[in-house]
Design a protein around this ligand. Structure first.
Ligand code: AMP
Length: 403
């Protein structure tokens, strides 16, 4: 049987990232991004057969951009694709796994949109446009929150009045589930351990950052909460702050809610601390040149990350290894080494040569001999979304056969 292919789509409010994933191949035949959608300078960038291409698509919206994708997908996969897998950020408590999209699923994604106002409406835009452009293809939603639906109640509840949870769904959901799921499975493979008998701490460090404790293939706790703001320091997001901050700023500075929300989500984190950039590459260069803001931002980032990992160790019966992933986790020996320096009580120590080697997509073990395992595992969220999409197709086919 020829291998199956899935078109994976990740929609933002003005972007569509896409990848054509073959079930048997790690690399993608086609990948790219439609950027600045709705603007006069909207543009489609893609890579196919090792070559980069660019095409202006002035004023194109999500539907028009997806229509432009059709011939590219046909060229890259003349045999067609089996389905479209959509990344959906928030699935609330409703979705514990990927689901084939129908009217009911669409309504449920819409219903949880107030909890992810920046993400779910954009994801919906992409799904609806894709259903219009590719009406014959099955469409599957893969949720960032679904992997964390195995958190025990003592980990997902806030110490708030019960009614807020029961009536309004105020609880910790967690995000980046697709990535934590993928890298914990890869880590078990690399370590030669069965997934169902392995215990991991995982640090996904990209523009957004989160940590996760994974026991026997299931998420047991994670640093993000009701929204992706809770937890560790990120590119422009603060992570944990005192929950009274909103009212403090309202009282002392007269800041409306929206201003504090914007500050916490878009002007804080590495950017806010350094006063320079949210990009770790820029900060590392400035750090090496003695820039005080960059030095402080990196110190706070690593200390708080280590603190979060130490806290999540409470969810593990034992530790089989610590995983670094995401743009920073996969590429920054400095951040890995500074973070581990705060975790001496766990006996973690690095092999500096191995740490330096694991950059630019090279993964592997970086711990010093005789110390607990530390792994760099390049994430592949597109592949995980494609694999989960195929699982849904297979399950639907079995149900159809049984009927
Ligand atoms: P992601 O969201 O996973 O694409 O990760 C983006 C983050 O990874 C940004 O902060 C980048 O600065 C960071 N990053 C990418 N390459 C490197 C690198 N070589 N060294 C340090 N940070 C990097």
């Amino acid at each position: 049987m020829p291998s199956r292919k899935i078109l994976v789509i990740n929609c933002g409010s003005a972007t569509i990232k896409f990848a054509l994933v073959d079930e048997h191949e790690e690399s993608f035949a086609l990948r790219g991004i439609a950027d600045r959608l709705g603007e006069p300078d909207a543009v489609l960038h893609w890579q196919h057969a090792g070559e980069r291409h660019e095409q202006p698509i002035p004023g194109a919206d999500h539907g028009a951009a997806l229509a432009r994708l059709l011939p590219l997908v046909q060229e890259a996969s003349p045999g067609g694709v089996q389905a479209i897998g959509h990344r959906v950020v928030h699935g609330g408590e409703r979705f514990t796994r990927a689901r084939r999209i129908d009217a009911e699923v669409l309504a449920a994604i819409r219903a949880v949109a107030p909890m992810a106002p920046l993400h779910n409406p954009a994801n919906l835009l992409g799904i609806e446009a894709a259903m219009a452009v590719y009406p014959e293809l099955p469409q599957v939603a893969v949720f960032d929150t679904a992997f964390h639906q195995t958190l025990p109640e003592h980990a997902f509840r806030y110490a708030l009045p019960d009614a807020l949870y029961r009536e309004h769904g105020v609880r910790r959901y967690g995000f980046h589930g697709t990535s934590h799921h993928y890298v914990s499975q890869r880590a078990a493979e690399l370590a030669g351990l069965p997934v169902e008998d392995s215990c991991w701490l995982s640090a996904h460090l990209g523009n957004g950052c989160s940590t996760c404790a994974i026991v026997n293939g299931r998420s047991r706790d994670t640093s993000m909460g009701l929204t992706p703001l809770e937890g560790v320091v990120m590119g422009t997001r603060s992570g944990d702050v005192d929950p009274n901050l909103h009212s403090h700023l309202a009282r002392t500075l007269g800041w409306p809610l929206e201003q504090t929300e914007r500050m916490l989500n878009h002007e804080s984190g590495l950017l806010g601390l350094s006063g320079l950039s949210n990009d770790m590459r820029t900060l590392q260069q400035a750090h090496d040149q003695g820039h005080p803001g960059a030095i402080l931002a990196i110190e706070v980032f690593c200390y708080r990350l280590a603190k979060s990992l130490a806290a999540l160790s409470c969810a593990l019966p034992r530790l089989d290894g610590l995983i670094f992933t995401g743009g920073i986790g996969e590429n920054s020996p400095l951040i890995r080494s500074k973070t581990l320096a705060h975790l001496r009580l766990f006996d973690l120590a690095l092999d500096e040569a191995a740490n330096a080697r694991c950059v630019n997509g090279v993964g592997g073990a970086i711990h010093a001999p005789g110390h607990p395992r530390v792994l760099v595992v390049p994430t592949n969220e597109e592949r995980q979304i494609a694999l989960e999409t195929l699982e849904v197709l297979d399950a639907c086919a079995i149900r159809a056969d049984v009927r």
